[in-house]
Design a protein around this ligand. Structure first.
Ligand code: BG6
Length: 585
């Protein structure tokens, strides 16, 4: 998912734009670019690499002009190269554009424009936007009409910021987030509040099918028919202000170590939707839970958790599979959508499919100003602060806490979240032994993570962490399934990590561990009690009640993935090919 940002400043704009791109680089990208307007002339500089690298080579932050746009590109159409990096110019270089999303009908538009003599320089879908704007501006000589005609032609999910040579900006939103920041005589328009939060917490979240025209005199918002649109200026929650690493080398390790605090913050902060959220759950006769990636694993934990304490026995459906599961959706049911960002295209599509079949939708979100929040009948927030590391860590444990809170609301059970935080500290103290295991893990030919019952979703989440950060293949599956196939893979180069606290699953798992040991595999036991069968034992505290184990047994995997990434020379904060939030299907 790309980051787009525009700025009209009272002084030079390129510096703030480069800072903004740095704040948003957690979203995942492979190239960077900036365009500025000065004395009615547009300059563009762009290249492959990280913000600091490209800025060091091209001096992006010294480009002249008090108006600028910037972009970090996560390639969808067109290879990763300098030409395909944004911003893109129209044929006569009078308009520059940065874009997030996909223009699905770009090929048809490009062919039509080429027939009119337009010569394209890149292989991107984006380049049709500045050229369409240029063509419509020539035909109408009116910026409102220009944007209306351009957006009516574009198909797909997109947001873009266009800078005109006179230094005015137009920015349009169609299913991709776009937020206007209102500063002191300076304006921003960005795909993420982190792009301007250091300058102002006053924001306008554009709705779908809206665009904004900004110049040094101010701004006006319109709908896609050109009618002025009502808007409200909101204050961005303070929690979105803290996005620096402090004394940590990586955001990923910082966020792993925040969890003793964030699990308590999540439990302690509930937003005003809570009552409505819980009532909708109480009334539900049938419940589905959906999410992507780590958020889907939360749905799987909830599937084991809820029936123990409540009459709710939900089905977990992966968001990217919803379109192929829609015939299983019973009308008048409830869908719970889980998403850290609230912007994952798969989750938003799953919600739209459910709503089209008259299901009610409630959601568990970190960003309560996201598209998912707007699409839901009620939402509860994670309050774990911005999660910058691409691999979900603190947002996962906070999502789990939300479900334990739901159980508290729907039953007469209570959980001591302060003591859970202390239990997580105990696991974090195992970091040195986990670093040692990471040195061995990097040599493994195959990594197998086993868990029974409620530990099975944690096995899947642990495997995902290792894949995402260390680029090594890891597979999580139910311990009991070992003998039905995977045992054939076991040999002395196999590395098996068994989630095995002393609960109802303990004895059964021990016998499975014998089977893998007999094949020469190395076994790491994650348990509250030691056992000679383990080559390495990662101690976790005894949890009461036992269903709280997921909150502590995921921590070793987060640290293991982090340190194995470092052993493999990977950057834990920006894993290759991944993005923090995938807003394309
Ligand atoms: C992936 C992220 O792109 O999307 C994962 O890298 C995340 O960390 C997944 O679990 C789902 O994202 P979200 O925001 O919908 O929870």
């Amino acid at each position: 998912m790309c980051s787009i940002i525009g700025c009209i400043s009272k002084s030079e704009a390129s510096g703030p734009i480069v800072n903004a791109l740095k704040k948003m680089e957690y979203r995942g990208y492979d190239s960077v670019g900036v365009a500025t307007s000065s004395n009615s002339k547009i300059s563009v500089k762009k290249g492959i690499g990280k913000v600091n690298q490209v800025n060091g080579n091209l001096k992006l932050d010294s480009m002249p002009g008090n108006v600028a746009i910037g972009h970090t590109r996560w390639a969808t159409h067109g290879k990763v190269n300098d030409v395909n990096a944004h911003p893109h110019l129209c044929a006569d270089s009078s308009i520059a554009v940065v874009h997030n999303g996909i223009i699905e009908n770009y090929d048809k538009i490009r062919k039509e424009l080429e027939k009119e003599g337009i010569v394209f320089k890149s292989d991107t879908d984006t380049e049709v936007i500045p050229n369409l704007l240029g063509q419509n501006r020539r035909q109408t000589n009116d910026i409102i009409e220009t944007v209306i005609r351009t957006c009516s032609k574009l198909k797909g999910q997109y947001s873009f910021v266009a800078m005109m040579e006179d230094g005015s900006l137009v920015a349009a939103r169609y299913h991709e987030p776009l937020i206007v920041g209102i500063g002191e005589n300076e304006y921003f328009v960005s795909s993420d509040v982190l792009g301007f939060i250091e300058k102002t917490d006053q924001a306008i979240y554009l709705e779908n099918e809206q665009f904004v025209v900004l110049n040094d005199k101010g701004y006006q918002i319109y709908d896609f028919n050109g009618k002025p649109a009502p808007f409200k200026i909101v204050t961005v929650p303070k929690q979105f202000g803290n996005v620096d690493k402090g004394t940590f080398e990586h955001f990923t390790r910082k966020e792993i170590f925040e969890q003793p605090t964030t699990v308590f913050n999540t439990a302690d902060n509930i937003n005003n939707d809570w009552e409505l959220f819980a009532n909708i759950m109480k009334e539900a006769s049938n419940v589905y839970i959906t999410g992507s990636g780590t958020s889907y694993h939360t749905a799987l934990v909830a599937k084991y958790l809820l029936p123990i304490y409540t009459p709710i026995s939900p089905e977990a459906i992966m968001s990217s599979e919803m379109n192929y599961s829609k015939n299983r959706l019973r009308k008048d049911s409830l869908l719970i959508a889980i998403s850290q960002s609230g912007e994952s295209a798969d989750v938003l599509e799953a919600v739209s499919i459910a709503k089209n079949r008259d299901l009610r939708v409630i959601s568990v979100i970190n960003s309560l100003t996201s598209s998912l929040e707007r699409e839901s009948d009620a939402s509860v927030g994670l309050y774990c602060g911005p999660e910058i590391g691409v691999a979900a860590t603190k947002s996962f444990t906070s999502q789990l806490v939300t479900f334990y809170k739901i159980i508290e609301t729907l039953s007469d059970n209570t959980f001591d979240f302060r003591s859970i935080g202390k239990s997580i500290v105990q696991v974090l103290d195992e970091e040195p032994s986990i670093m040692t295991i990471a040195k061995e893990l990097k040599k493994a030919s195959g990594i197998y993570i086993l868990g029974r019952g409620i530990h099975y979703p944690i096995a899947k989440e642990g495997a995902l962490k290792i894949k995402e950060l260390s680029y090594m293949h890891a597979e999580g599956f139910p311990t009991g399934e070992l003998k039905h196939g995977p045992l054939a893979l076991m040999d002395e180069s196999s590395y098996v990590i068994v989630i095995n606290p002393k609960d109802e699953t303990y004895e059964d798992s021990l016998s499975n561990i014998q089977e893998v040991k007999a094949r020469g595999a190395k076994v790491v036991g994650i348990s509250n009690i030691k056992h000679d069968i383990y080559d390495h034992w990662i101690k976790i505290p005894t949890m009461e009640p036992e269903i709280l184990y997921p909150l502590v047994e995921i921590i070793p995997f987060q640290l293991l993935a982090y340190y194995t990434a470092l052993e493999n020379g990977a950057d834990p904060d920006y894993p290759r090919n991944l993005a923090k939030c995938v807003t394309v299907k």
